[in-house]
Design a binder for this molecule. Structure first.
Ligand code: DGL
Length: 273
């Protein structure tokens, strides 16, 4: 059990930002990643569809020996909320680790949240913050174009198109004078330098994937489930669309070439999707 893999899933490639952090924090762990690249994006879909997809993603991961499941997707984590459908092993979404970090970081009790339309509509982050701190102020903003810009490699700090879009999306949040901003979608940490530049040096940016990797480490430590492997663990990736496209684009998220094996999951055929 201790040497079983950590299963991580996302609607596509964005969850690789969490894998990167897991590799850094837990180098001896094996990671099995499932990216539903054939059905991304989830962020513009209904809660019912997102939940159905998430359950199918988890069913795929369960075909492997996994000791913990991480929903790296902000959209899935938002729809699942505090009613996880995985109860027989540790399960983590990104909302609570990110909220804990944001609440610890804010000095002025004013927190901003950006995410996909489904994440913002669910009010998942906002509810989690206000549940713990009813006196906090929370400003939210959906940024649907960011996913497409990042997927298409428009990620350079000086990219004029992404900067224009970012300035437009972030202006209402800036006007609310938040001092902490949760990057509530897997793709946003990839353009964190630009978002940070626009928001200003006084605003602390929180990356849910990184916080969730820290939470996973804590959780596995508490449950005595950390691997006792002495050599480095391996990453194995499954995607529901083309392996070539995954390998080409994954470097944006990992900030290095993919190391590990990538397979086409082929599961939709079996599931008749
Ligand atoms: N992974 C999604 C999220 O973190 C972004 C991409 C999508 O919309 O599926 O919300």
């Amino acid at each position: 059990m201790k040497n079983d893999a950590i299963g991580v899933f996302d609607s596509g490639l964005g969850g690789l930002t969490t894998v990167k952090e897991l590799n850094r924090l837990l180098p001896h762990e094996n990671i099995i990643y499932f990216g539903d690249t054939a059905r991304v994006p989830y962020g513009s879909r209904s809660p019912e569809t997102i939940l159905r997809y998430a359950k199918e993603d988890v069913a795929f991961l369960r075909q492997h020996q996994v000791k913990m499941i991480i929903a790296a997707c902000g959209t899935v984590s938002s729809v699942v909320g505090d009613r996880p459908f995985v109860t027989d092993m540790p399960f983590a979404g990104v909302i609570y680790p990110a909220v804990a970090a944001a609440c610890a970081a804010t000095r002025t009790k004013r927190i901003g949240i950006i995410g996909t339309p489904a994440t913002i509509k669910s009010e998942s982050y906002k509810k989690a913050i206000l549940q713990q701190h009813p006196d906090y102020f929370v400003a939210t903003q959906a940024c649907p174009l960011f996913v497409h810009l990042v997927e298409n490699g428009y990620t350079d700090f000086h990219n004029p198109v992404t900067r224009l879009v970012a300035e437009e999306y972030l202006a209402p949040i800036q006007a609310q004078k938040v001092d902490t901003l949760i990057l509530g979608c897997t793709h946003y940490p990839v353009i964190a330098d630009m978002i940070g530049d626009i928001m200003g040096a006084d605003v602390t940016l929180i990356s849910p994937g990184a916080e969730t990797a820290g939470y996973a480490k804590q959780c596995l430590t508490e449950k005595n489930l950390l691997s006792n492997r002495t050599e480095n663990g391996k990453n194995v990736y499954y995607v529901s669309d083309s392996v070539e496209l995954f390998t080409e684009n994954a470097a944006h998220f990992l900030q290095k070439e993919v190391t590990g094996t990538v397979y086409q999951s082929g599961w939709q055929k079996e599931a008749g999707c």
